[in-house]
Design a protein around this ligand. Structure first.
Ligand code: PGA
Length: 255
């Protein structure tokens, strides 16, 4: 059976009432689905986590955060620790999203610290990697991805294969409406799986690898059918319950 995680990254969208409404619509739709289910995750902004957790109680929908700090507490104005994220009812946390790398200067080393902090708090970090358009055009995709993995996965061995998730998100495909082609996704995910052998050895097959970047209800079938794709990290298309639900139901074909 193929592992499948369908994750919505709501980014900086939805005030609390809207987030609660979206969560309730997703929960309602998911409860009507039958058959085997993927793991279903929504990652609202921090301030809506509590109300979304409440809306999801008793349903298969789980909640994650979009970021965390690696330290437990202290004088870091504006930051939220992994411990706080876990305490709020989250099970996952996205770390190293390309928007955080680009706008907030996050390095692979910092992302690695966040991932370790998340695991310490029993959260599963979704570690994001992916090349920019320029890097792809220069033929550097594999080098970039391999380097990001090396930095982000420091200190992890095969005992962590089910405690972390990798999200391959080519930066040029995020929010642009230009998804990577099936061939590009296939090639990148095969490469990532192969690289994961270096860290997780015999357990590399168990690591969930998500695709992210303009994943929609239109291209989900093609992308989710790819062998080394274990689900999606979905931005824009996760903001509408009916679209997100459609992607969830498409994913059921590949479980
Ligand atoms: P997108 O975003 O689906 O809107 O391209 C994906 C992401 O950034 O995680």
């Amino acid at each position: 059976m193929k592992k499948m995680l369908i994750a919505g990254n709501w980014k900086m969208n939805k005030i609390a009432a809207e987030a609660t409404e979206l969560a309730a619509s997703i929960v309602n739709g998911v409860n009507k689905l039958s058959g085997a289910m993927p793991q279903i995750l929504v990652c609202p902004p921090f301030l809506s986590i509590a109300s979304v957790v409440k809306a999801a109680v008793g349903s298969p929908v789980i909640v994650g955060a979009q970021n965390c700090h690696n330290l437990q507490k202290g004088a870091y104005t504006g930051e939220v620790s992994a411990q706080m994220v876990a305490d709020s009812g989250c099970k996952y946390v996205i770390v190293g999203h390309s928007e955080r790398r680009a706008y907030f200067g996050e390095s692979d080393e910092f992302i690695n610290l966040k991932a370790h902090a998340a695991i310490t708090e029993n959260l599963i970090p979704i570690i994001c990697i992916g090349e920019t358009l320029e890097q792809r055009q220069n033929g550097e995709t594999f080098d970039i991805v391999a380097n990001q993995l090396k930095g982000c996965l420091a200190g992890f061995d095969k005992s962590y294969s089910e405690k972390i998730v990798i999200a391959y998100e080519p930066v040029w495909a995020i929010g642009t409406g230009i998804s990577a082609t099936a061939a590009q996704v296939d090639e990148a995910h095969n490469f990532i799986r192969q690289e994961l052998n270096k860290y997780f050895e015999t357990e590399a097959e168990n690591v969930i690898i998500l695709y992210g970047g303009s994943l929609t209800a239109e291209n989900a079938d093609e992308v989710l059918s790819i062998r080394n794709v274990n689900g999606g990290l979905i931005g824009g298309a996760s903001l509408k319950a009916e679209v997100f639900l459609k992607i969830i139901s498409i994913s059921q074909k590949y479980l």
